[in-house]
Design a protein around this ligand. Structure first.
Ligand code: ATR
Length: 268
């Protein structure tokens, strides 16, 4: 059996083993997939040990994505731009390859699952941390008419906007309704809402929260209260996993049945 694992800290909550084992069963791949608690000091040694002991591939989650990036011998171009990786693969020549699948997972979820186009859309992205940096390249590849990044610490939004060639703004200076708003702050995870003006969303706006949870997230509730519609990031979680699975196994799993199952479990 080929061995895979996910590193993070904390890690006990990670749904990655369930997702990948579901994909493996569906596509008849013979794999094992476990959670490993990453150590703040020993992370790099833990990764080396995993591969030396015959491991095939790894997922990496918070707070190790940047450290995993720094370990790689070869990086995909999207990982180079994101400055972080969530997928590692050991090449036959011993080179460690790193990729980031968060952005492709999110964009595929928006387009395929939710049937929303990003092309020619006026897009607002809230947040300027690692999560947003990881999706910008994929969002821009869909050729929106404009992408504006807004963030509590406006300097971080400015730096990202400069790096990726888009706009930045403080919350207060934003004007008019957007076609699509993506919430990439960690605020949703603690059920707090950034200070968004009422005029930013209306019945033509579609909103995506990169976070997910039981019930409606605070950001999606804000969207609904302003007449907008949208979706949370459960499909992004499954989508990034599907892309990692593809990188490792060269087989693309179907996401729909798993998404339905996970949604039903969440609402229980
Ligand atoms: P992640 O890896 O999840 O992106 P991060 O790199 O720490 O985590 O970034 C968190 C993002 O959420 C940042 O954009 C942060 O804003 P600051 O740059 O001003 O810190 C944003 N964020 C976190 N809590 C927030 C809150 N209560 N209101 C608004 N933005 C918040």
């Amino acid at each position: 059996m080929d061995q895979y694992a996910v590193f993070g800290n904390p890690i006990a909550h990670s749904k990655s083993p369930d997702i990948h084992l579901h994909f493996a069963e569906q596509t008849q791949q013979n794999i094992t997939y476990i959670r490993i608690l990453g150590d703040d000091v020993q992370f790099e040694n833990q990764v080396h040990a995993f591969f030396q002991q015959g491991g095939h591939g790894l997922n990496v989650t918070a707070p190790f994505k940047e450290r995993a990036f720094a370990m790689c011998d070869v990086l995909s171009s999207r990982a180079q731009k994101a400055g972080a990786v969530n997928t590692l693969l050991m090449g036959k020549n011993g080179d460690l390859f790193g990729d980031t699948t968060d952005g492709v997972g999110m964009v595929r979820d928006i387009i395929e699952t939710h049937q929303q186009s990003l092309k020619d859309k006026r897009i607002l992205i809230i947040g300027a941390g690692g999560a947003v940096q990881g999706i910008l390249d994929n969002v821009l590849a869909e050729q929106p008419s404009s992408v504006t990044i807004t963030n509590r610490t406006v300097e971080k939004a400015q730096a990202l906007a400069e790096k990726f060639g888009c706009f930045s703004s403080s919350f207060g200076a934003l004007e008019g309704a957007f076609d699509l708003i993506i919430n990439g702050t960690s605020a949703s995870r603690s059920s707090s809402l950034p200070p968004l003006k009422d005029e930013l969303a209306n019945e033509h706006t579609w909103c995506y929260d990169m976070t997910y949870g039981k019930g409606t997230t605070v950001f999606l509730q804000w969207a609904i209260d302003h007449g907008a519609t949208g979706a949370d990031g459960l499909g992004m979680l499954v989508g990034q996993a599907a892309e990692s699975f593809y990188i490792w196994r060269q087989v693309r799993p179907d996401m729909t049945s798993l998404l339905n199952k996970m949604r039903a479990e969440l609402e229980c």
